[in-house]
Design a protein around this ligand. Structure first.
Ligand code: ZN
Ligand code: ZN
Length: 102
């Protein structure tokens, strides 16, 4: 009989850090976090690992074109000629931005 010794889990399979999201490269319109800095929760001034939705939208607007409303990078999304609420972008643009960043 051969005795099987369980192999230890290689440390390299367990990343210690989550890589920063590419959206951190732009200013957050919501909490005013500067490029390269994590978002902060305005009420408590605490840093958060999360990226605000408004920052994701601002980033998507900067790096990607929108296939829904047919605009170039940096041009805000629009619906029937009106900008989307709170600087939001179409879902397709978020997808486009993720593809661009990958
Ligand atoms: Zn933020
Ligand atoms: Zn759009």
């Amino acid at each position: 009989m051969t005795r099987h010794i369980p192999a230890p889990m290689p440390a390299s399979l367990r990343p210690s850090r989550i890589p920063a999201h590419a959206a951190r490269g732009v200013v957050c319109p919501w909490c005013r976090a500067q490029p390269g800095s994590p978002c902060v929760i305005p009420s408590s001034r605490r840093r958060t690992e999360q990226v605000h939705q408004q920052r994701m939208a601002a980033w998507a607007q900067t790096v990607a074109c929108c296939t829904t409303c047919q605009v170039e990078p940096t041009v805000p999304c629009h619906l029937d000629g009106w900008p989307l609420k709170d600087g939001a972008v179409h879902p397709a643009r978020h997808t486009e931005a993720e593809v661009t960043a990958a």
